[in-house]
Design a protein around this ligand. Sequence first.
Ligand SMILES: [Ca+2]
Ligand SMILES: [Ca+2]
Length: 244
Amino acid sequence: MRKKFINKIVSVFVTAGITASMLCFGMSQASAAFDMDDLKKDDRLSLGYSIINGYSKLSEKSGLTSYKRTAVYSGLNLKNPYLMALAGGFYLANGVDLERTLNDNDYALSLIKKLDGFLGVMRIKNDRALKLKEKLKDDGVKILDSYDCVGLYIIEAGKDYAEKLMKNDLTDFVFSGGAVPPSMKDLNMDGKSDKNDIALIQKYLAGKLKYKDDDIQNYLGFAADINGDKYQTIDDVTEIQRAR
Ligand SMILES: [Ca+2]
Ligand SMILES: [Ca+2]
């Protein structure tokens, strides 16, 4: 029971970061990059971040999104017990509905604002995010929106800068487009997850869809796993064939 509750709290933060990064759409697919049961594990978190970075790279490359509106996330340390306790209070006091954050983006956005305000009142400082903000300012980057406590910035960036940020220790992930794609299980980058992705899933299964870039490869693995069981198999092709 307690473990479940802690997972919920952790997901409030990750949700906050991801949601804010999309602001408008596509929340559910991106948060599916994270398994809510093992969010606390570092490697699982970094895989989720890598998947998002990979999506950004691919979708920018194909022209589906642009770095002109980019979300940069520099989250708080989720291992801090005090922070977790606070987040638990926030979760309960606000009756946070995680399911709803997955479908209702206005709700999710209001949640981020509220969480950011709450953390500010509780004098939580996200020093890492503030360092990132300083860096952005030093680099002359235009900051369109700031959530200093949650650690989320919406910026205007160029490709080289955005992709350099992905490698910076101050950054968890960078989301091209700022407003998100309708689908995070999109391999051919047409904004949809449907039969037109099948050829690429099959290519992936045959081991012939290879990118040197780890982020892109991680994204493709995530996207090819249509049924979300963490394996890429022929079942995923069947699943997408069956979809409307
Ligand atoms: Ca597609
Ligand atoms: Ca699968």
